[in-house]
Write a protein that binds this ligand. Structure first.
Ligand code: T46
Length: 139
């Protein structure tokens, strides 16, 4: 599994830092939705699902957290602790976010509007779809 982390260019000067993100330039898709989570409990695990086709970039713009990605064959653990780093997460990737610091703000840029029917919440169903996709790519 390839982990794709974007490192964004900060525009810094003596006042501090600023990061600008433009669709198709800094972000590889059209940004249709932005959401963010904060005040996440220390012991909480969020996510625990995959998507059918949604693409997202996860940016911990304050504090830190960890993302576990699972493509049905392999698992990778990715720390997010810098506001200028973005983790690309394609659909069909089981994701779990945990280890939130008290001050963590996790912002997500998404390629589609919110659509509950795009969620795969059952891990066994996810494994079946992931296997099917792998077979499809082979043949
Ligand atoms: C994902 C990970 C990284 C909305 O009404 N609109 C939205 O755009 C979103 C994302 C959520 N919601 C509502 C649905 C739930 O009642 O907010 C509530 C919490 O959402 P959820 O339990 O899905 O949050 P997470 O942190 O488990 O997952 C979220 C995204 O849903 C998901 O797409 O990939 O963050």
């Amino acid at each position: 599994m390839q982990v794709i982390k974007y490192v964004f260019q900060p525009h810094g000067d003596d006042r501090g830092q600023l990061i600008a993100l433009e669709e198709f330039k800094d972000i590889p898709f059209q940004i249709k939705r932005v959401y963010y989570m904060y005040d996440t409990g220390k012991k909480v695990t969020r996510g625990c699902h995959a998507h059918r086709s949604l693409e997202q970039i996860l940016i911990c713009i304050h504090g830190s957290c960890t993302v576990r990605l699972d493509d049905g064959k392999e698992t990778k653990t990715v720390p997010l602790e810098r506001p200028y780093e973005g983790l690309y997460v394609s659909g069909n990737m089981w994701r779990e976010m945990y280890g939130f610091s008290e001050d963590a703000v996790l912002m997500v840029l998404a390629s589609e509007l919110y659509d509950e029917s795009d969620y795969i919440r059952d891990y066994d169903e996810f494994l079946k779809i992931a296997e099917k996709n792998r077979d499809g790519r082979k043949g």
